[in-house]
Design a protein around this ligand. Structure first.
Ligand code: DNO
Length: 400
């Protein structure tokens, strides 16, 4: 019998309204957290790491994954201080390794992390979901950000729809759209102003996708030997949404992009976070097949679904509904576990978390981080573990 996937829940730290006590009731045994209060680029000290570790362990949980040790913009743009920030990154990895934390997630998205245009999209049953609407993004880009040549990035149909869209918004709605798109790092309340964001865009004026890829390879070649020494599995998170936005390149969107990452510095410690929601927003990504081809590099699973719409918009669907076949994805993950068992790999219980959840029932009483409600995620986790158990039992019976 192979071990189950390790069920984890994201926790944003002591200020998260979803408490560790509540998380223990979901059935999750692992915590995914980060020291969100330490500014990006600074070293996480042994003391800070130990404090967080004791808080998690005192609640009877395990700190399974760090999500994320974020990457300073100087590293992404290949700026003059990148080596200093890489040194700091390595120091943080060493300290995490000393504390026994062995999986670290990160992303290489320029300036913004994941991006949505609506955090309260109403579903017919009264629940709410996160949504990315291409028309709303175009309206922001062309009329509020006023980025040079922005219109050229959208089809004529989208440009027209964007004009109508912006004309219908009052000033509060415009501010809300701006704040939603320009939200900074997860786990912080930081929101860029349009002026700050334009400054960031300038820094990318000579960093196209090719350069960004080179900078990612440089970063990996610099840090992976140290991650390996510390026993830390690095796992890049794909870009969300998986295409360039607001004139910024995005380079971790497809199977080939992920191959580029693992080939840039081949090592069992250079792997990926397989995020079905992010990758699944691109209809060209065949997720079950990607689990087959990239399976051995998967160190962490984000399981959720999206409902795609024809023009590139999408909203977050229930975990087992939506455009991606969660059954086929889970089946291939379990096959990957069987292969790992066959070659006696230690990491069969891959950590997984229900990524995001709807706002449901009492979730509306709490001011949780967007996507990180308690009940919505609990529902997702419960469905996913049921799916896992059902598939596993049937595969193992078939084999015996
Ligand atoms: C969104 C998350 C992402 C993810 C980072 C990983 O909910 O999945 O913000 O944490 O991109 O570095």
């Amino acid at each position: 019998m192979i071990p189950n996937l390790e069920q984890t829940f994201r926790w944003f730290g002591p200020s998260d309204p979803v408490t560790l006590r509540a998380i223990t009731q979901t059935g999750a045994k692992g915590i995914v957290t980060a020291l969100h209060h330490i500014p990006c680029g600074e070293v996480w000290s042994n003391e800070e790491i130990k404090n967080r570790l004791s808080t998690v362990e005192e609640a009877g949980l395990r700190w399974s994954v760090v999500e994320s040790v974020n990457i300073h913009e100087e590293i992404k743009t290949g700026g003059p201080n990148r080596d200093k920030y890489i040194e700091n990154y390595i120091a943080t990895l060493k300290n995490l390794g000393n504390a026994g934390i062995k999986t670290v997630c990160y992303n290489f998205m320029p300036v913004l992390d994941w991006t949505r245009t609506d955090l309260h999209y109403s579903l017919p049953n009264g629940a709410t979901a996160l949504r990315f609407d291409l028309t709303a993004l175009a309206a922001f880009d062309i009329y509020l950000l006023e980025r040079e040549n922005a219109a050229a990035d959208y089809s004529e149909t989208v440009q027209k729809a964007a004009k109508t869209y912006i004309n219908d918004l009052n000033s509060d709605q415009k501010k809300n759209l701006t704040d939603t798109i320009l939200a900074g790092l997860p786990g912080t309340d930081e929101v860029f102003t349009i002026i700050q964001f334009r400054e960031h865009l300038k820094k990318y004026s000579d960093t196209d996708a090719g350069k960004l890829k080179n900078n990612l390879a440089y970063f990996l070649q610099s840090i992976i030997p140290y991650a390996q020494e510390a026993g830390i599995r690095m796992c890049i998170h794909p870009d969300d949404p998986p295409f360039p936005i607001l004139g910024l390149p995005r380079i971790v969107c497809t199977e080939n992009d992920l191959k580029f990452v693992v080939d840039a510095c081949p090592s069992p410690y250079n792997g990926i976070t397989f995020c079905t929601g992010s990758l699944g927003a691109n209809p060209k990504n065949d997720l079950p097949k990607m689990v087959e081809t990239l399976g051995k590099h998967i160190h962490f699973l984000h399981l959720r679904n999206v409902q795609r719409e024809p023009n590139g918009s999408f909203y977050e669907a229930e975990h087992l509904a939506g455009s991606n076949d969660m059954y086929a994805i889970m089946r291939n993950i379990i096959n990957e576990q069987l292969m790992r068992a066959h070659v006696s790999r230690e990491d069969i219980a891959i950590p997984m978390r229900p990524d995001h959840g709807h706002m449901l029932l009492d979730d509306f009483r709490y001011n949780t981080y967007p996507g990180y409600s308690a009940i919505g995620r609990l529902k997702g986790l419960a469905e996913l573990r049921g799916l896992e158990m059902g598939i596993k039992r049937s595969i193992l019976n078939e084999q015996s």
